[in-house]
Design a binder for this molecule. Sequence first.
Ligand code: PEP
Length: 260
Amino acid sequence: MSVSSCLVVGNWKMHGTRAEATALVDGLAERLAASGPVAVRHAEIVLCPPHPLLVPVGQRVRETPFRLGGQDCSSAPPGPRTGEVAAAMLRDAGCGYVLLGHSERRTHQHESDAAVRAKVVAAQAVGLTPIVCVGESAAVRQGGQAVRHVTDQVLGSLPPSVDATATVVAYEPVWSIGTGDTPGVADIEAMHAALRDALVGTHGPGPWRVLYGGSVRARNAGAIAAGSGVDGLLVGGASLQPGEFWGICEAVSLTRTVPP
Ligand code: PEP
């Protein structure tokens, strides 16, 4: 049996002062020192702080296994776009990843699939791995259209030129984000299989990495991450609590540990 690492992405959203970010990263570093890197050896951990915190957080995690990601980028190259952040700037700040098309942006900034698709092109052009978020609302799920909606959304959000080996998809049911309510593992597995089928059918074999996000906590992370076709977790609220986030990373890593 081969052991593939599991991606754990912490989305801090619009939270954190420099002092709070320092405390959070120090809290994670303390746990890393106490448990040893072996505790999370099968977890690839990415922190996505708000843009002003990228550089200080990046400096603090430089000697650790934690990696850095942005929460959004412009589809345009550096230039006259007041208030925007270019993909190249994230790269320069030390990011390897960028979240794109999060449901909060699709709702509050009215981001369309086409807008997300253009951002994926911009991110990949500078060597960032986009983490493209998709998910259905409660109404769509109740109407029996969840699979159709989510697969349409992912295909609409990826350009024909997408590099499958450097793309991550995050399935995040909107009704699960920040609510404490999660789908059952079987439902997550079914959606991940549908997503993978759609991706393979349209863009080729991949390998595609598909994460689950929505109300992940240390207590449910292991069961979800052990689900078939689940390549990692996108974590919002719990990523702001070092103990909880560290517990998630440990639980996820354990799911990839082969018993002797
Ligand atoms: C998110 O917003 O990406 C998310 C998964 O949030 P939460 O973990 O708080 O549900």
